[in-house]
Design a protein around this ligand. Structure first.
Ligand code: NAD
Length: 438
């Protein structure tokens, strides 16, 4: 493998993982961020996000002299080993007005580095962006000697390092063969199948993958509702279909709706991309609508379980929430379905108390406004009318349910993740309500 001098712009889930992993593969990497405090902490070896092995890789890279941190994208272009040959863009592309992808951070970085890129440099976009963005970056750069490559990232939060180093595939899109091969070669030690394509197709792969996963989840959530009405069991149904290798077992568990920092914004952005191409993407629109409805359905379930009526009032009803993050294994609260359900419960007048192993009670996250967060699972049960499990943290399975039964006002559990053993809960005196089964 040919070791390269690399700059990585943005040190979030994707950028820091990319930088640390590329350094572990032997490349020399300078990571940049606009957040000077974060850079300072990273220089001290402190990683803010919950990602297994990431802090070890950061420490190893720094100790080997192959990984360093700077403030400001332009400062990453000249590292200890010389000018960067490859520059990765790993900045946020959040949902903008009307659902379009907000490309301001990408644009800001491109403008910042434009005149300082070394001749022959390759700019690699890893941020998730609409088709045509590589072309737009190329036009903004206005440099004929610089090539733009699309290299979407597929890592999952909570297993980012593992996923980066063991990818199902690498996708590299560029209209110039040399640059595409140069980027693919950065990963050659990983031995992953590599799809070399044009930039537009590579950009499309990322949205296509995320929209497909969202569609699968909306499908299973709709199936679960139908199972409830027909007296079938969604667990058995998904097991039955999941053995079919054309379908697969993954992403077949019903839940409170999909969320997180990627699926909501990427499905909306894809819808906008389709609109701009004058294509009515009905399947995707239904996927999003099904998801919005799913969150309200969770509130309806709580209402029915607690009040015994579909129209009962939740005003001043105290509800205990188990889980806040958008999935287990991460501390990320962005677009968490647990918080979307919480917002609807609050709108209905409920009082919310919550426990999540990754969210401390003193968290200042703005998403938590209106929710009282506690540090012990036992505290979440005190005097509540129902416990609602919203994130699939495995440790919830082994809670002391007899102790919780002694603390609640009503022994009701709504398990929106099909995580808990209903027999254990019933033995502790709880009535258990789950999705897709009676
Ligand atoms: P993030 O919010 O965790 O991190 C982004 C970082 O970029 C932040 O540290 C921020 O301070 C920094 N930044 C913003 N503007 C900057 C600038 N002008 N110069 C330097 N740094 C700047 O975001 P993320 O989750 O890592 O996502 C980054 C991109 O990767 C997004 O497009 C996202 O859709 C995509 N993606 C994310 C995931 C995921 O699981 N998080 C997976 C695949 C792809």
């Amino acid at each position: 493998m040919f070791a390269r001098r690399i700059a990585v712009i943005g040190t979030g889930y994707v950028g820091l993982t990319t930088g640390a992993c590329l350094a572990s593969l032997g490349h020399t990497v300078v990571c940049a961020d606009v957040d000077a405090d974060k850079v300072e902490r990273l220089r001290d070896g402190k990683v803010d996000i919950l990602e297994p092995r990431l802090d070890d890789l950061v420490a190893e890279g720094q100790a080997a002299g192959r990984l360093s941190f700077v403030v400001g994208a332009a400062n990453a272009l000249t590292g200890p080993a010389g000018a960067a040959e490859v520059v990765f863009l790993c900045v946020p592309t959040p949902m903008g007005v009307g659902g379009v992808a907000d490309l301001n951070a990408v644009q800001a970085v491109v403008e910042e580095v434009r005149d300082q890129l070394a001749p022959g440099c390759v700019v690699v976009n890893k941020s998730t962006v609409p088709v045509g963005t590589a072309q737009r970056i190329h036009e903004l750069l206005a440099r004929e000697d610089v090539t733009v490559v699309s290299n979407p990232e597929f890592l999952r939060e909570g297993s980012a390092v593992h996923d980066f180093l063991n990818p199902d595939r690498i996708v590299v899109g560029c209209d110039t063969q040399d640059a595409a091969e140069k980027v693919a070669a950065l990963y050659s030690r990983l031995g992953a199948p590599t799809v070399l394509t044009d930039a537009a197709s590579a950009e499309m792969v990322k949205y296509a993958a995320n929209c497909f996963l969202a569609m699968k989840l909306s499908y299973v959530n709709a199936l679960a509702e139908l199972c409830e009405r027909l007296g079938a069991d969604i667990g058995d149904v998904t097991e039955g279909i999941g053995y079919d290798h054309r379908i697969g077992q993954a992403f077949l568990t019903p839940g409170p709706g999909w969320g997180g920092s990627c699926l909501p914004k990427d499905t909306h952005a894809m819808l906008q991309v389709a609109d701009s191409a004058d294509f009515e993407f009905r399947l995707l629109r239904a996927t999003i609508e099904t998801n919005n409805r799913q969150r309200q359905r969770m509130v309806d379930k709580v209402r029915l379980a607690v009040t015994g009526s579909r129209t009962g009032s939740l005003s001043r009803v105290r509800i205990g929430m188990l889980g806040l993050t958008f999935k287990a294994g991460t501390d990320d609260l962005r677009d968490s379905p647990a918080l979307a359900v919480a917002a609807l419960l609050r709108q209905a007048g409920a009082e919310l108390i919550a426990y999540d192993p990754a969210v401390p009670s003193n968290s200042a996250a703005p998403e938590l406004a209106g929710v009282t967060v506690v540090d012990e699972p036992a505290m979440v049960a005190k005097d509540v009318e129902a416990l609602v499990l919203l994130t699939e943290w495995p440790e919830f399975r082994s809670l002391d349910w007899s102790e919780l039964a002694g603390a609640v006002r009503q022994r009701i559990v709504i398990d929106t993740r099909s995580l808990l053993d209903p027999d254990v809960l019933r033995r502790a005196g709880f009535a258990v309500h789950s999705l897709g089964r009676n």
